[in-house]
Ligand binder design. Sequence first.
Ligand code: GLN
Length: 491
Amino acid sequence: MTDLTRLTAAEVADLVASGGTSAVEVTQAHLDRIAAVDDRVNAFLHVDTEGALAAARAVDERRVAGEELGPLAGVPVAVKDVLTTKGVPTTVGSKILEGWRPPYDSTLVQRLRAAGTVMLGKTNMDEFAMGSSTEYSAYGPTHNPWDLSRIPGGSGGGSAAALAAYEAPLAIGSDTGGSIRQPGAVTGTVGAKPTYGGTSRYGLVAFSSSLDTPGPCARTVLDAALLHQVIGGHDPRDSTSIPQPVPDVVGAAKLGATGDLTGVKLGVVTEFTGEGAEPGVMAAFRESVEALAKLGAEIVEVSCPHFKYALPAYYLIAPSECSSNLARFDGVRFGLRTGDDGNRSLEEVMSLTREAGFGPEVKRRIMIGTYALSSGYYDAYYGQAQKVRTLITRDFTSAFEQVDALISPTTPFVAFPIGARTSDPYQMYLADLFTIPTNLYGGPAISVPCGLSDGLPVGLQIMAPTMADDRMYRVAAALESTVGTFTPPAL
Ligand code: GLN
């Protein structure tokens, strides 16, 4: 019998549509797999068994009634716990929201439901999406299915690990500085950050609103594109949503899969090929660049001189926005309330709640951001960082006058051992060295597996101009057609 958990999302959808299997059977197979492995992986914070089976039954009934099913009907999906789900716990990996059941669905989740996908549950993440390893989750770390003693990346490590462990064929992540792409890279899966505003932030718990971008995670490029198509597009409930249709990402992935990149010009970012990356990562990257050239792509070097300032600029802008966004967690409106014994003032209760509810990394960011935004320092820190952001955008604009897309390794290093970087925040921040520029600019970028280093996955990043998301899918699918996909050792 076919192991339904090993199929791609496209295969599952075809099988369900043709009646070769039922959505209930597919869902049950994934629930069984979660039950068998998730005590070791810890990808899920909440498994919605009843909700998933009910959604699957509804798909099966619609099929039997002869109704037309969407392209992903009956396909299970794991959702990062940063998106609100009506009646289903949403914690953002934080104690401060423990037990909170949102009264509404985020736009992405609404679209997933409307498309007939089956939500299995909510995945683990660094608290408030701040981190690069999922070790900052208040609910314990997620383990990388390639090596359970290593991190699965972050902040969306739960979603990436769920894919690599065959607990779900599709997942949703959110990318503020790399949290879809970096976990994708270190788990050997595909992760795409859409153009900022190309996917709705309505119901996405805010970290840094000018950067936050929800997006698709999958084991193949086509699956990521199919999911992107379903979740993307204009949403009047998000004022920064772009009022344009989703670029034809599915068509582009299919075109790329033919393995022909004739006429495509790719720029290797000079600043990302020198120091800072592990030799094994650079070796896998260089081999992939050669593979892309063999497919017909023209490869040139492009200098983006301001990319080296992206990390420091991000670590002022993101904490500044977070210090403002997280003010709403005050013990009054949502989740945890501590010290409300009738004798304490409102301010004392707020302070005790925030002290008990937020973890150390979240507190660090709130403090950095509050400082950077304070009246005496605003121009020196936040103002300067915004100017750097403009220079980085100009680097991208000028690069895209020379090439169709930029390429680099996704991360400087492969999955590191759990505990190796938690004592030094800067070492953790370095994980996003190559992913952050794109967030500051707002364009799309994808990470696609490109090889192994010491038996651990390496990702290649493709960055494209804003609203040219289709371009990165074409290149990613072409690379996948030659390097293949990567399967971790059996759990
Ligand atoms: N690792 C980065 C950070 O800690 C990015 C996180 C993200 O993309 N959500 O801020």
